[in-house]
Write a protein that binds this ligand. Structure first.
Ligand code: UD1
Length: 471
């Protein structure tokens, strides 16, 4: 909330950056380390807000942590738990508190108390799949109303027992929560229809080093044996595929050329296919991927966001900005979240030609077919974007606004930069090094209340289509 970004666009991004470690892996790895009292050392740790939040939370739980932010090295050891109560201020900040249940069930006889995730400005975040799966393992979980909000109370005084769990939907968080609990459950747990995102595989690699026996089958089945002994772990966090995709799209849309050191081909297959389909250029080198503008970009693509190995939902917002520079109409069908197009109205104000639909505009009918949410859009390009004053409502929308500002020759002023800090390491530094005209300035105090009110109004206005929160 405290800083503003000033961006004057119209310049191609050129140069080289190093990709950070993955936010969606590192935050979960910290939680997973709570399963044991042994030291865990992580390398390639991103210096971002969500890691800082998780570090603070783990410290409150009892972890001793040494984090060399510059070197990207973090050591954590949790010899004993000080508390199993997740303070209210962490709820709603990100998806981490709910994962504390899975990690701590096998570590403490105390109640694990997690205040509700929902109830904040940006809409509901269901955790039904998490709760059902943990209950299937024998956890006793109930929701109790407290003074202001409610909280989940969870315990497994009799221990957990392995079970066969069929997820109705391959939720990333529910899969992670179940895996974390299952490593401490007696016998074998089988998760069917599990999510198999690269960050989950990274979590599994970490758990195997920690002492777990886990199998991932080709048909979305994860098999977990009880972990009976733990070891010290050294683990290098995988690259952030969302950061890679974000800079890739910024490079191509500005007609630039950017080499992203550390970008991993295997994580990016669905993304690279779409980049090639619209005429964007890329070259996979031995230590990263170069992205570049090759020829006139052409629209006419159809993108359906999906669980891995499909086209990731976090890529669609910046891809829509990329498509403002492509000739022709394209269709995006969001099938993972029902409410992830809230950002489109700001892009329209900046000059994008976007139309929203409640129908499934795609090859398949998705879970939201009979609902009234706008979850498909048609974007027509090319269009000229103009600078604007923008309030960021969430992380991925935030980057798409930055991209739009990089395309507009006039100055844009972007507030709520803290959302970007949560997931993008040194955004201003990296974009400046690529030649962007971007400066970060403290938000004058007199504008603070105005910015808060503006965000509140924006979310209220979009209450039918709220932006997804900080995923
Ligand atoms: C994670 C990622 C996020 C990514 C998403 C999908 C992190 C911190 N965030 O979020 O960047 O966009 O995966 O790849 O890793 N759902 C339920 N009930 C539940 C849980 C989820 O209905 O109990 C629904 C959600 O509302 C959503 C869909 O399932 O519509 C996907 O959610 P999920 O896969 O759980 O995403 P997250 O783990 O929250």
């Amino acid at each position: 909330m405290t800083d503003l970004l000033k961006i004057r666009g119209g310049k191609p991004l050129e140069g080289k950056i190093k990709a950070a470690g993955a936010k969606n892996a590192m935050t979960k790895l910290l939680v997973a380390s709570l399963l044991s009292d042994k030291k865990c050392t992580f390398y390639n740790v991103p210096d971002i807000g969500d890691v800082e939040i998780t570090v603070n939370l783990c410290r409150e739980i009892g972890s001793e942590i040494a984090w060399d932010r510059k070197a990207g090295v973090l050591e954590i050891v949790t010899r004993e738990l000080k508390t199993s109560y997740v303070p209210q201020r962490y709820s709603g900040s990100n998806r981490i508190p709910i994962l504390m249940i899975g990690a701590l069930l096998g570590r403490t006889d105390e109640d694990i108390i997690v205040p509700t995730l929902g109830g904040d400005l940006l809409g509901m975040r269901p955790v039904d799949l998490h709760i059902h799966a943990l209950q299937k393992l024998g956890a006793k979980i109930e929701y109790r109303n407290m003074k202001k909000e409610g909280a989940y109370f969870a315990q497994a005084h009799q221990g957990l027992d392995g079970a066969v769990i069929q997820l109705n939907y391959p939720s990333v968080g529910a899969t992670e929560n179940t895996v974390l609990a299952a490593v401490r459950a007696r016998g074998t747990t089988v998760i069917k229809n599990a999510a198999i995102e690269p960050e989950i595989v990274d979590l599994i690699l970490f758990l195997q080093k920690l002492g777990a026996n886990i199998m991932v089958d080709a048909d979305r089945t994860i098999c977990i044996q009880q972990m009976t002994r733990t070891f010290e772990v050294e683990h290098t966090v995988l690259t952030d595929r969302n950061e890679v995709a974000s800079y890739a799209m910024a490079a191509i849309s500005t007609k630039g050329r950017v080499f992203i050191e550390g970008a991993e081909h295997l994580q990016m297959i669905a993304f690279l296919n779409k980049i090639r389909e619209i005429g964007g250029g890329f070259h996979v080198a031995k230590n990263g991927i170069e992205f570049f503008y090759d020829k006139e970009l052409k629209g006419g693509v159809h993108i359906e966001t999906d669980v891995h190995p499909g086209f990731m939902t976090d890529w669609q917002q910046p891809f829509v900005v990329l498509l403002t520079q492509a000739k022709g109409a394209s269709v995006i069908h969001e099938t993972v979240y029902e409410n992830r197009f809230g950002y489109a109205s700001t892009l329209k104000e900046m000059g994008a030609d976007i139309e929203l639909f409640t129908q499934c505009l795609g090859n398949k009918s998705c879970r939201f077919a009979s609902q009234s949410h706008h979850h498909s859009l048609v974007i027509k390009g090319p269009c000229t974007l103009k600078g604007s004053q923008i309030v960021i409502p969430d992380l991925r929308a935030g980057f798409s606004y930055v991209m739009a500002a990089l395309l507009a020759p006039e100055e844009s002023i972007i507030s709520h930069v803290d959302y970007l800090d949560r997931g993008y390491e040194d955004l201003t530094g990296k974009l400046s090094s690529l030649g962007a005209d971007i400066t970060r300035v403290p938000l004058p105090k007199k504008h603070l209340e105005k910015a808060k009110a503006s965000l509140h109004n924006m979310v209220a206005a979009q209450s039918k289509e709220p932006c997804a929160p900080n995923y």
